[in-house]
Design a protein around this ligand. Structure first.
Ligand code: PMP
Length: 360
């Protein structure tokens, strides 16, 4: 039985990448040492880090006035790092509360003593649509406007053509769950961050792309969260997450060979349409997000009955379709269709949904 892994993260990695890891694991590039063993101070690893960074710059068309940092601590680490580095002028942040992870970011900035104004929220409709600012925002008032670009749990996305208005304010985007899955213009953002464990690598690496002039860390910022040492020492002031960076290098190469982010987006649109088209016709399973705001990478749906949803999870698992249960905070069902998920996976899921619908 072919197994497809729809987990929201850590998540499926490209098959050719898995095969290369397996092949190279005992001896990296003929060195007689594993990537799990070599020092980060070796030329071999420095080359891996440099190439991975260059490939990210190329794939995402990152302009020269931005830094690319390899951090640890996940998205949650950035909930603290972003205000500590970027919010020390006004100590005031405007935030769009689009769901679980956005409110997590608000809580963390608050806890650190920053003022967070929720300038839009869609709590009342259970975050099934995206909030937009209820007022004209300005950089004279706020250090930045914070948005969660892809809401992993709720299945909504600020795609590049529906970003919140940011003419007079710096936009910060949490891209954890749609990193390199669709095209954005980096120039629209002052900062983008993404945990790697969905579209790039195993857990343990977080990518930060930040405009150089915005970095002004608070004096008490812990070194691990302070962007300055990362910039000065090329993300190597302490031991970086060697293995996830190595895998990120393989995944960026895989993505380049495939044709880059634009090509990936085309594939992801086709893949997501396989599932959305089915859901739009289904009498049993429904997705409640407006078409323009639908995520390409995290697709939420439900029968409307907890019991029937649970039965479907069981049925899918028996058929090799893993991790289709919705996040514990919202329930229902969710399929994550990240870059490495082949279109056959989406088709297999639709076949399974159809079969279940016929028999229940
Ligand atoms: N932001 C988003 C959009 C996420 O999906 C997640 C995790 N799934 C996080 C932040 C938190 O990331 P981490 O678990 O890496 O701390």
């Amino acid at each position: 039985m072919t197994v497809y892994n729809f987990s929201a993260g850590p998540a499926v990695l490209p098959k050719p990448v898995m095969e290369q890891i397996q092949k190279e694991l005992p001896s990296l590039q003929g060195s007689g040492m594993s990537i799990l063993e070599i020092s980060h101070r070796t030329k071999r690893f420095e080359d891996i880090l440099d190439t991975t960074k260059q490939d990210l710059k190329e794939l995402l068309q990152i302009p020269d006035n931005y830094e690319v940092l390899f951090c640890q601590g996940g998205g949650t680490g950035q909930f603290a790092a972003v205000p500590l580095n970027l919010a020390n002028h006004h100590r005031k942040i405007a935030l769009l509360d689009s769901g679980h992870w956005a409110s997590g970011a608000a809580d963390e900035a608050n806890r650190l003593g920053y003022t967070v104004d929720i300038v839009g929220n869609t709590k009342a409709n259970k975050y099934q649509s995206l909030p937009y600012p209820d007022q004209k925002l300005s950089g004279d008032q706020y250090d930045y406007l914070y948005a969660t670009l892809n809401n992993t749990i709720e299945g909504t996305t600020y795609h590049r053509d529906i970003l919140p208005e940011h003419n007079d304010i710096t936009l910060v985007g949490d891209m954890s769950s749609n990193f390199m899955a669709e095209r954005y213009n980096v120039n629209d953002f002052g900062l983008i961050f993404a945990g790697a464990q969905k579209n790039l690598a195993p857990a343990g690496l977080t990518i930060v792309i930040v405009r150089k002039d915005l970095i002004h860390p608070a004096a008490h910022t812990p070194k691990m969260l302070n962007y300055e040492p990362y910039v000065k020492k090329d993300s190597m002031f302490n031991t970086p997450p060697v293995f996830p960076i190595y895998v990120a290098g393989l995944v960026t190469k895989w993505l380049k060979d495939l044709g880059g982010v634009d090509e990936m987006e085309k594939i992801n649109r086709k893949k997501a349409a396989v599932l959305y088209d089915y859901l739009d016709e289904s009498k049993m399973f429904k997705n409640h997000v407006a078409k323009a705001e639908r995520s390409l990478t995290n697709i939420t749906f439900s029968t409307g009955s907890d019991d029937l949803d649970a039965q479907f999870v069981e049925f899918a698992t028996q058929n090799g379709l893993m991790s289709v249960k919705g996040h514990r905070s919202v329930g229902g069902l969710r399929a994550s269709l990240y870059n490495a998920m082949p279109i056959e996976g989406a088709k297999a899921l639709v076949d399974c949904l159809h079969q279940f619908e016929q028999t229940h």
